[in-house]
Design a protein. Structure first.
Length: 657
């Protein structure tokens, strides 16, 4: 039975036909509602207003025939799923039926109407309508779900998803990621009528050129993939990777761009940092190469100078000081000695000079030089000395401290054209991993800092890259050898330190030298533990997957009196522990092994032998293993490689603990 509320629309220009239909419908479907129209236009309007379940349509009508009415009904998205039944007296008119099917009708009824057939057709069409409604509902639900998923993806994407309308030259959609990345709200971006706020001028020009290629048809695809800087609302620049596609309208004309913009600022900064570090590495490698060359040259040159100086002195012993030849020999000797000083500086740069390092306090060393340093820089330049408190000790040749300070002070003096200041400071500093990121060659640790700063003319960036190279100088001919700073560089490197220069033209320079801290060690003589106290009679289970270590470990323990059972795998160790009848006093095990780690194995053995203590050993440090969660902090631990004495002491300490 058809549900209550069945709505039927009958369209026929014949009032008699409409009356007949009304009579038939009342008999067949007493609760149905019938709407009637005498023209096609009126029928379409009634269909739009009342949304009938079935439409009965006459073919032959004035003005707009049934075929045209059916086509218009099917073109309307709101009406296209309403079944249309054509009513015709021309049962055998094949052409009309084909035209009706082409127009979109679902069924035919011939006049005079057979009530049984009519009832069956109406019920069938109503089922079709219900099925179509269900199908449409499912499609709409699926579309809503799809839109919901799409909206979720868009709203939660870390990338900016956008569309740009070519007719208005504005963004007509922008996802909320734009606020996180560029600082603008979605509405602000969509309401702006210009790209000037989004792009810097030069970037906008490049972006428009790339997008213009697509619009002009000069691109190889319909896609733009490029990187460009964008203006953040707060004024700084953000790098975005733009991936956009040109969309066209139904006529093939460019309509809008849709795209995704991804924040790559972090990547660009990392790339820039990598390039900078690579440049620093190349500079360090260049300095190393120059050092090797300089050292080789200085070594060979020293040999030749030795011959010259030696022979000159031998001849001078045979010549009367009053003779003219004696004066000539003196000049030769002076020149040779000056050359020898140059080679000493080259060897310092190459880190090949002979040194005698001692543990010293730099404050004491520099304080003892202040009078000489003041004479060195002259009366017009004020020397300021700021020693750090409780300065750590360093290990360095005192003569090298003299060389460092003299060369840096001379360099500062030459950088000051008239009156000025030079300051010397010392301090304790701790260099961490973050400090090392921007400075190639820096190593984390504790250092003593020597800082020499001047109020001179400063150094430009290009010159800074070369100042430590031997023979590089910006001074006039005859006013410098170009070896002073190279000598400082070599000494610092020879003592496992590093040097950093900060300078700006017109603002002076600051040279910062970092030398490793050296603790002032007061050695206390340790009484050696007698061998007898290290011996024992306990049973030790030794587990080690490296055969050579297992063998030597067993041999050492047996020499100290212990009963040793050994295994090369955790599985074998568990079997031995299960079969062993007496107590197992100590388990010595490697931490990292196949099958299971040492901690897991000890837990299993503890169930078999609750009395068993454990000594872990590893080539990794205890801190490193604890950091990775393999061991708890504070456990008994033996660092590989170990000596016989260390193993014996550690075993005894663990057993007695």
């Amino acid at each position: 039975m058809v549900k209550n509320g069945l709505k039927i629309l009958a369209i026929d220009d014949s009032s008699i036909n409409l009356m007949i239909l009304e009579s038939v419908i009342k008999d067949a479907f007493p609760e149905a509602t019938l709407f009637t129209a005498s023209t096609g236009i009126n029928g379409i309007e009634l269909a739009q207003i009342n949304d009938p379940d079935v439409i009965l349509l006459d073919i032959v009508m004035p003005g707009m025939d049934g075929f045209e009415v059916c086509r218009k009904l099917k073109q309307d998205q709101r009406l296209l799923d309403i079944p249309v039944i054509f009513l015709t007296a021309l049962k055998t008119d094949r052409e009309s039926r084909i035209r009706a099917l082409d127009a979109g009708c679902e069924a035919f009824l011939s006049r005079p109407i057979d009530e049984i057939e009519f009832t069956a057709q109406i019920r069938a069409m109503n089922r079709i309508r219900a099925a179509r409604r269900l199908e449409r509902k499912r499609a709409e639900d699926a579309l809503l779900e799809s839109e919901k998923k799409y909206r979720f993806i868009v709203e939660n994407s870390n990338d900016i998803i956008w569309t740009f309308d070519l007719s208005t030259m504005t963004f007509n959609f922008c996802s909320n990621a734009v606020e996180q990345i560029l600082g603008y709200s979605e509405d602000e971006v969509e309401l702006r009528n210009t790209l000037d706020d989004i792009f810097p001028i030069e970037t906008k020009r490049n972006v428009m050129a790339e997008f213009g290629k697509l619009l002009d048809g000069n691109a190889t695809s319909n896609r733009v993939l490029m990187e460009a800087q964008h203006c953040h609302r707060d004024g700084f620049l953000v790098w975005l990777e733009i991936n956009a596609v040109l969309q066209k309208d139904d006529f093939g004309r460019p309509a809008f761009f849709s795209g995704v913009s991804r924040d790559i600022t972090g990547r660009k900064q990392a790339d820039a940092e990598r390039l900078r570090l690579e440049a620093q590495l190349r500079q360090a490698q260049k300095m190393e190469s120059i050092g090797l060359l300089a050292g080789g040259v200085a070594h060979d040159f020293n040999n030749m100078l030795g011959v010259i100086i030696g022979h000159a002195e031998l001849v001078m012993e045979q010549v009367d000081p009053g003779e003219e030849a004696y004066n000539d020999l003196e000049e030769i000797l002076k020149a040779a000695n000056r050359s020898a000083n140059l080679t000493h500086q080259l060897l310092a740069f190459a880190r090949k000079q002979a040194i005698n390092p001692v543990i010293l306090d730099l404050n004491d060393a520099i304080s003892g030089m202040l009078k000489m340093l003041r004479r060195l820089i002259g009366e017009d330049i004020r020397l300021v000395w700021k020693p750090g408190s409780e300065l750590w000790a360093v290990k360095i040749d005192p003569a090298q401290v003299d060389q460092i300070m003299a060369n840096l002070l001379v360099n500062a003096r030459d950088a000051i054209p008239g009156v000025g200041d030079v300051s010397i400071e010392t301090d304790n500093v701790v260099i961490n991993e973050a400090d090392c990121l921007g400075h190639a060659g820096f190593v984390p640790g504790e250092y003593v800092l020597i800082s020499v700063s001047d109020s001179g003319s400063g150094i430009d960036k290009e010159t800074v890259e070369h100042i430590f190279e031997p023979f590089y100088t910006t001074k006039e001919m005859g006013k410098g050898t170009g070896l002073g700073l190279a000598t400082v560089y070599g000494i610092v490197k020879q003592n496992n330190g590093f040097i950093y220069v900060y300078s700006e033209p017109g603002k002076g320079s600051s040279f910062k030298i970092y030398l490793p801290m050296m603790e002032k060690i007061i050695e206390i003589e340790k009484e050696e533990t007698p061998r007898k106290l290290l011996e024992g009679l306990e049973t030790v289970l030794l587990v080690e997957d490296e055969g050579a270590i297992l063998k030597i470990g067993r041999s050492i323990l047996e020499r100290y009196g212990y009963t040793v059972i050994s295994a090369s795998t955790p599985g074998a160790a568990l079997t031995l522990a299960g079969e062993f009848k007496g107590p197992v006093h100590l388990l010595i095990t490697d931490v990292v092994m196949p099958e299971m780690n040492g901690k897991e194995m000890w837990e299993k053995i503890s169930h078999l032998h609750p009395e068993t203590k454990c000594l872990f050993m590893s080539g990794y440090t205890a801190d490193a293993i604890a950091h990775h969660g393999v061991l708890d902090e504070g456990v008994n631990f033996l660092q590989k490689p170990f000596s016989v004495k260390v193993l014996a002491e550690k075993v005894r300490k663990t057993l007695d603990g």
